[in-house]
Design a protein around this ligand. Structure first.
Ligand SMILES: NC(=O)c1ccc[n+]([C@@H]2O[C@H](COP(=O)([O-])OP(=O)(O)OC[C@H]3O[C@@H](n4cnc5c(N)ncnc54)[C@H](OP(=O)(O)O)[C@@H]3O)[C@@H](O)[C@H]2O)c1
Length: 255
């Protein structure tokens, strides 16, 4: 399937930027949203020099007014919306001995509630059109609660369930919901990780896999395969065995 008119949330860096470059190299019209407007302008200019069409939009996804304005502007630029990709996300170490409600709020605001906010604005448009695709970016980390990543894993588990229930409900309205579950990708988000990241991918490679999965309308796009298989195994480990292996893989740093 070819998606021509695309809205991408979280486009300034990392996987989102690579997705914008990937789609921008073909006959698409992109609306790119993030907080870093300068980065988006530069990205759009690069896409334009290669013959593509892209508009930058400053948007903090956690601000409902920004979200409303972004979707309104996207409609003005694009007319019909074929594909919305919600890729914006944040991560932060969250060791439970230092647990702070504020940190959990921040991560869930961006990764979960902002995705719901995008759905709130976008679903009526797609339903009115009678067609369209909403792809949400989750993570293979949704499979268990890894040490030091409780807030992130919980947020991505929530994203997985959110997209799953939306997928079933929206089908009768002609709207397709896809879940993107990347493994480790080399971006600002993972640059601070001190633990070993198996099967690490470049953002460009991740973007190509995501684009292919979206074109095929795969309901769940999980990659890379070797980490998918490993996380499936981790997902069914009994609690006692999981605890032992997880504590060894990610020991808590003691000051
Ligand atoms: N890297 C990985 O290994 C990995 C693995 C699995 C899943 N993921 C998921 O993939 C997505 C992208 O991750 P990444 O690694 O590319 O991260 P990244 O390099 O840190 O980029 C994050 C993107 O999200 C945007 N963003 C964050 N908060 C935002 C906000 N409040 N409003 C608007 N945009 C916001 C950022 O734009 P601004 O800062 O300009 O706003 C940026 O474009 C995330 O959902 C992440 O959880 C990543």
């Amino acid at each position: 399937m070819t998606d021509r008119n695309i809205v991408l949330f979280g486009a300034s860096r990392g996987i989102g930027r690579a997705l914008a470059e990937e789609y921008g190299a073909s006959d698409t019209r992109l609306v790119l949203c993030s907080r870093d407007f300068d980065a988006l302008e530069e990205l759009c200019a690069g896409i334009a020099t290669r013959g593509g069409t892209a508009w930058p939009l400053r948007c903090d996804v956690t601000d409902p007014d920004d979200m409303r304005r972004a979707v309104d502007s996207a409609r003005e630029h694009l007319g019909t919306i074929d594909l919305v990709i919600f890729n914006a996300g944040i991560d932060a170490a969250s060791w439970m001995k230092d647990v702070r409600t504020g940190d959990w709020h921040r991560i869930h605001e961006t990764n979960v509630i902002a995705m719901v906010s995008a759905m709130e604005r976008v679903f009526p448009v797609l339903i009115e059109q009678g067609r369209g695709v909403f792809a949400g970016v989750g993570s293979l980390a949704d499979v268990r609660g890894f040490p030091g990543s409780g807030a992130y894993c919980a947020s991505k588990a929530a994203v997985a369930r959110l997209l799953e229930s939306a997928r079933v409900e929206m089908r009768s309205h002609g709207v397709q919901i896809l879940t993107v579950r990347p493994g480790f990708v080399r971006t600002d988000m993972t640059a601070k990780n001190e633990f070993h990241m198996p099967f690490l991918l470049s953002p460009g490679r991740a973007a190509r896999i995501i684009r292919r999965g979206i074109a095929k309308r795969k309901r769940v796009i999980s990659f890379p395969l070797r980490l998918v298989l490993l996380t499936r195994l981790v997902g069914i480990l009994p609690a006692r065995l999981f605890d032992m292996l997880a504590a060894r893989a990610r020991p808590e740093q003691r000051a």
